[in-house]
Write a protein that binds this ligand. Structure first.
Ligand SMILES: [Zn+2]
Length: 246
């Protein structure tokens, strides 16, 4: 399987890597959507509720700060490092990710090569003017006043830079992901169950456009029948030898 994947990568001129929770669970980050995952026990806060009430915003930040400690120390694993090497050698043009953990950037993929479909949980932004805020600053205000601060520039609502349920997909990222997908000759979906749309539409788009499709995931996915190569293995141990990562 690894040999076949290696041959496909070596035969490609412009590959795109697409990643989901599975690549980060190998770094100890829980998959909230999985059976038994956090979101099956406690429903996530919908974007409309977040916007509608300060009480919900206080609760959202309380959960955020309570949870952050558990995976703030997570580090990129061999899977991330292998992907970074593929970007570095020019084989892979972009990494489209459903993850919000910043581990692709932490593994050395340049920020402009990472397309985050669901945002980023390691900082916050003003929903009105887009100003960026660091979590430590928001946290100290929250702990002092018992509620989150408003934007210092426009008084807008500040929210973790992730895309919540009920929140619109980020337009610029969707456009960039579409462009990268339509330009690639090989699309490698890694660690995603490929069930969450519109994200799962990208492998289909690539395949319809003539690219080869590889799916690397521990479990079966609904798009397996569409793929040129399916590998049901751990991600790091599969990718590391392909890029000669020690
Ligand atoms: Zn603002």
């Amino acid at each position: 399987m690894s040999a076949e994947l290696k041959a496909l990568i070596e035969g490609s001129e412009r590959a795109v890597v697409f990643t989901g929770a599975g690549i980060s669970t190998e770094s100890g980050i829980p998959d909230f959507r999985s059976p038994g995952g956090l979101w099956t026990k406690m429903a996530p806060i919908d974007f409309r509720d977040f916007m509608a009430s300060e009480e919900m915003r206080i609760e959202a930040w309380r959960r955020k700060f309570a949870m952050d400690g558990s995976f703030a120390a997570a580090e990129p694993n061999k899977g991330h490092m292998a992907v970074a090497k593929l970007v570095d050698t020019g084989r892979v043009t972009h990494v489209i990710t459903q993850n919000v953990d910043n581990l692709h950037q932490n593994s050395g993929v340049p920020t402009d090569r990472v397309i985050e479909l669901h945002g980023n949980s390691t900082y916050a932004t003003c929903l009105n003017c887009g100003a960026r805020y660091e979590l430590a600053e928001i946290r100290s205000h929250y702990e002092e006043h018992g509620k989150p601060q408003d934007c210092q520039f426009c008084s807008g609502i500040i929210k973790s830079a992730t895309i919540s349920f009920g929140q619109a997909m980020p337009e610029a990222e969707m456009e960039r992901a579409t462009e990268a997908t339509l330009e690639c000759d090989l699309f490698i979906a890694i660690g995603s169950s490929l069930q969450v749309y519109p994200a799962a539409g990208f492998p289909i788009m690539a395949k319809k456009n003539g690219a080869k499709l590889v799916i690397l995931n521990r479990e079966e996915t609904e798009l397996d029948p569409l793929a040129d190569l399916v590998v049901h293995e751990e991600i790091g141990p599969t990718l590391a030898p392909i890029v000669q990562l020690n």
